[in-house]
Design a protein around this ligand. Sequence first.
Ligand SMILES: O=C1O[C@H](COP(=O)(O)O)[C@@H](O)[C@H](O)[C@H]1O
Length: 249
Amino acid sequence: MVTVGVFSERASLTHQLGEFIVKKQDEALQKKSDFKVSVSGGSLIDALYESLVADESLSSRVQWSKWQIYFSDERIVPLTDADSNYGAFKRAVLDKLPSTSQPNVYPMDESLIGSDAESNNKIAAEYERIVPQVLDLVLLGCGPDGHTCSLFPGETHRYLLNETTKRVAWCHDSPKPPSDRITFTLPVLKDAKALCFVAEGSSKQNIMHEIFDLKNDQLPTALVNKLFGEKTSWFVNEEAFGKVQTKTF
Ligand SMILES: O=C1O[C@H](COP(=O)(O)O)[C@@H](O)[C@H](O)[C@H]1O
């Protein structure tokens, strides 16, 4: 069963999200010397800034120097590009941290960017080499079409959901620009200790209804709930959850 927290106030959502992440950090650090986490792009990044940097009751408990940060998906663009997930996370979070308290961050190797399938596959393969087998926490977003990471719904992108060997794959012809991306595949989510989605805003209302009421497992997000529900948590706001009827997740 999936765990869902529905919040009316943004500050409550980001605070509880931060509490959740810090709890996962502390659990990891009780057993080993680092916290391995992956971050997605999009609206999640601003929520992470609010939770882990701006919220002073939490920021002092974040042990950044013990974090190893990966990216659940990345757009194949230079890391300084406005579309880069790493770039967005750097501007919103990393640049706000003191130089003495920086995490270890593992972005895509931008030196491999080319303009053909071979270079895109190589970027994915090289990223796969550095992603650990087991992440302590995978932070995820949910697009209005039900995508997560760069796992998109529909036949054109079925090859990504069907992938069982490659742990990081090239997503081509993304319906949301930029067209070329790399993405974790389901095996990475399967091996992770915990998965956490954040979804806010009215643009997510219809898809929340499809995921939670209709349980349409053609949608990558609903499929993640179905396959890995026991370790999956959602932080949503009332606007996004406005059309959801069910109380059993
Ligand atoms: O393109 C992407 O979109 C999803 C969802 O973003 P959101 O802004 O609708 O929350 C994001 O999770 C993913 O990392 C990103 O590459």
